[in-house]
Ligand binder design. Structure first.
Ligand code: HOZ
Length: 434
């Protein structure tokens, strides 16, 4: 596989941008190679500047549940563009997207659009602090809620990929207000509340952890979070930036029937354009300026192109049994992979929910249910596998700790090609390592 053009572009990019990228994981550092520069994408396939073709399981890190360049989304964006790219003032698309979101989430009475998941989580915490008059928050080791200061403690995603425990530049007194509990361990949360309950403004959690690879929650764990936060008058925030409209139409909260006080969204609701949102109970959302005093604003918030892409995406998702199909696709792919692992006598645990999955390079039969288990994965083994897989034309996330996404555009044939490619890549990686 020739990647000369990508390599040349990366060399140039590295002179102009930190690490040559605009988001750390994209640098491919942890998988020991350099990034591909993408020229175009369509359906489940992307094409790099050297004309290599790949079946894509990143889907822009989650937003592209319909696949790349879905005709309905492209058409909606073109139509919107013809009417102007940004007004900085209200437009009807905002109401359309807000209606679709509030209809899909019983726990969201009102919603505020922003431009990224980071903005959404940062603002949700601000409301929780204002509402409770408290400063501390609880997050979970391995969960990632964007890069606002308060969240950069034992965070997943790029921080886990690059093995960074915290970030320089974050004031000590900011992280002192961030308490860290163990995912799937309600007792660790109870302990924090027993010590600090009257100072805790909020508990923020990914209802499926999807930034340390995919880690499923016990329903009981999330139900306990609901119970504890109610008891102490704290705000429960579900960060559904990844799971929103991915776990099902709505979020994981619909699936498990647990209502948080606030929900953060992003990715799919923007259909591939930069969008985030936070929403929840009227009482909380009416605290946000200008209805209330909690300040939050944004030049491109409610951008007409992003609203059009989001609305088009959600309408397509409503139009068919997509979630059943994605479940079948996820089931077929991972069942076939498990069979291959059994045959080769090397069992890699796979965590999956619907169209999201992670193959963990852990030891045989290990259950991956928290940060500690995730960190036991063999990232070097993942890196060798990754490079082989790339040469097979399969584009997985360049980190053990990010999630693979199947889209509605992945056909049975694509899944089968993927299974065979994984089989070959594993074999070659193992042969090389031994
Ligand atoms: N933090 C996102 C992945 N979980 C985005 C990574 C990227 O865009 O590079």
């Amino acid at each position: 596989m020739k990647t000369d053009k990508s390599k040349a572009l990366f060399a140039r990019a590295s002179q102009l941008m930190p690490g040559g990228v605009n988001s750390p994981v994209r640098a491919f550092k942890s998988v020991g190679t350099t990034p591909l520069f993408i020229d175009k994408a369509s359906g489940c396939r992307i094409y790099d500047v050297d004309n290599n073709e790949y079946i894509d399981y990143i889907g822009s890190w989650g937003p592209l549940i319909l696949g790349h360049s879905h005709p309905a989304v492209v058409e909606a964006v073109i139509k919107a563009t013809e009417k102007g790219t940004s007004y900085g003032t209200p437009c009807p698309g905002e109401i359309e997207l807000a209606s679709l979101i509030t209809e899909a989430f019983p726990a969201i009475d009102k919603v505020r659009m922003v431009s990224s998941g980071t903005e959404a989580t940062m603002s949700a915490i601000r409301i929780a602090r204002a509402y409770t008059g408290r400063d501390k928050i609880v997050k979970f080791a391995g969960c990632y809620h964007g890069h606002a200061d308060a969240f950069l403690v034992q965070a997943g995603s790029g921080m886990l990929t690059l093995s960074v425990p915290g970030s320089p530049g974050v004031p000590e007194n900011t992280v002192q207000n961030t308490l860290v509990a163990k995912y799937n361990d309600a007792a660790s949360v109870e302990k924090l509340f027993a010590e600090e309950g009257k100072n805790i403004a909020a508990v923020i959690v990914e209802p499926i952890a999807a930034n340390m690879g995919l880690v499923m929650p016990e329903r009981e764990f999330l139900a306990n979070l609901r119970k504890i936060t109610k008891e102490y008058g704290s705000v429960l925030i579900f960060d559904e930036v990844i799971t929103g409209f991915r776990a099902c139409y709505g979020g994981m909260q619909n699936f498990i029937n647990i209502e948080p006080d606030l929900t953060t969204l992003g990715k799919i609701i923007g259909g591939g354009l930069p969008v985030g949102a936070y929403g929840g109970k009227r009482e909380l959302m009416d605290m946000v300026a200008p209805a209330g005093d909690v300040y939050q604003a944004g030049t491109l918030s409610g951008n007409p192109l992003a609203m059009a892409a989001g609305v088009a995406t959600l309408k397509v998702l409503q139009s068919n049994d997509w979630y059943e199909r994605l479940e079948v696709a996820g089931y077929l792919l991972t069942t076939k992979l498990k069979k291959i692992f059994e045959d080769t006598d090397r069992y890699y645990p796979i965590n999956r929910f619907g169209s999201m999955f992670t193959i963990f390079f852990n030891e045989q039969d290990e259950t991956i249910e928290d940060y500690e288990a995730v960190k036991r994965s063999n990232t070097e083994e993942y890196a060798s596998f990754y490079r082989e897989l790339l040469s097979e034309g399969i584009y997985f996330p360049p980190s053990q700790f990010e999630v693979c996404f199947i889209s509605c555009a992945h056909e049975l044939e694509d899944l089968e090609l993927t299974v065979h490619a994984i089989e070959r890549a594993l074999k070659r990686a193992t042969d090389k390592d031994s």
